[in-house]
Write a protein that binds this ligand. Structure first.
Ligand code: ADP
Ligand code: MG
Length: 244
């Protein structure tokens, strides 16, 4: 089996005396889609934010492509270019056009010139089905369209892995499917993905593996079939039961 693209080893994170992550081990292999589920407050967002050092863990390792990104000699900007992140609340710049939202990092972080950046941005927009919205502003788009722009912005940087933090939780129910569809397409193109979600049907249908987090630890992990159809841990059973 191939080496993991992302590996968390004994990951811990405390805010003051509150230990939010209490020793998490997790592996994501190239091309895999791993879903993280679990109750609110169990540490899912903190876990994702540790994967590109938006949060600095208290202990443990975050290994990406064989390198521990917590080491002092790591170029964190280079690491972040390889780790795309999609947030619950899109985090688009409202005063910038869709195209400029996407070219911003390409121009300033990857140092591409305007033409190259726009070419990549338009390709990414086409990939999420929004080729015709390049000149629009975020406020002119539906929530589902805004989130697809958020995905295009991450895709344009050609990351090695993409992290999604409840990408559909802020959307009206009728807008959820268009975003999940784009995520499925990404996966079919071979993107490696770590997805925190409450969309249990999506996780069940699409995930290679499902990780159930509870109170800062991985309480249970398995195939989608195992977790959803035969959960072993009583907390997993109770959690899944709320959705079915
Ligand atoms: P989840 O995404 O599973 O809902 P989070 O990772 O957001 O969980 O939060 C886990 C716990 O950590 C919560 O109790 C939350 O209040 C706390 N927490 C998250 N971020 C911070 C922070 N910056 N400072 C203090 N506490 C935080
Ligand atoms: Mg969260």
């Amino acid at each position: 089996m191939s080496a993991p693209l992302l590996e968390l080893v004994g990951l811990r994170k405390a805010y003051g005396s509150h230990e939010v992550l209490r020793g998490v081990d997790l592996r994501v292999r190239e091309g895999e889609l791993v879903c993280v589920i679990g109750p609110s407050g169990s540490g899912k967002s903190t876990l994702l934010r540790c994967c590109n050092r938006l949060e600095v863990p208290t202990a443990g390792q975050v290994v990406i492509d064989g390198r521990d990104i917590l080491r002092a000699d790591v170029d964190i900007n280079a690491v972040r270019q390889g780790v795309g992140m999609v947030f619950q609340h899109f985090n688009l710049y409202p005063h910038l056009s869709v195209l400029d939202n996407i070219t911003l990092a390409l121009r300033h972080v990857q140092r591409l010139d305007r033409r190259e950046a726009e070419e990549l941005a338009r390709a990414a927009l086409a990939q999420v089905g929004l080729a015709d919205k390049a000149g629009a502003f975020p406020g002119q788009l539906s929530g589902g369209q805004q989130q697809r722009v958020g995905i295009a912005r991450a895709v344009a940087l050609k990351p090695r892995i993409m992290l999604f933090d409840e990408p559909t939780s802020a959307l009206d129910p009728e807008l959820v499917d268009e975003v999940l569809r784009v995520m499925r397409q990404l996966r079919e193109r071979g993107m490696t993905m770590l997805v925190v979600t409450h969309e249990m049907a999506f996780a069940h249908a699409v995930a290679d593996r499902v990780v159930f987090m509870d109170e800062g630890v991985v309480a249970e992990e398995g195939s989608a079939e195992q977790i959803f159809e035969q959960p072993r841990h009583p907390r997993t059973r109770a959690f899944i039961g709320r959705y079915t």
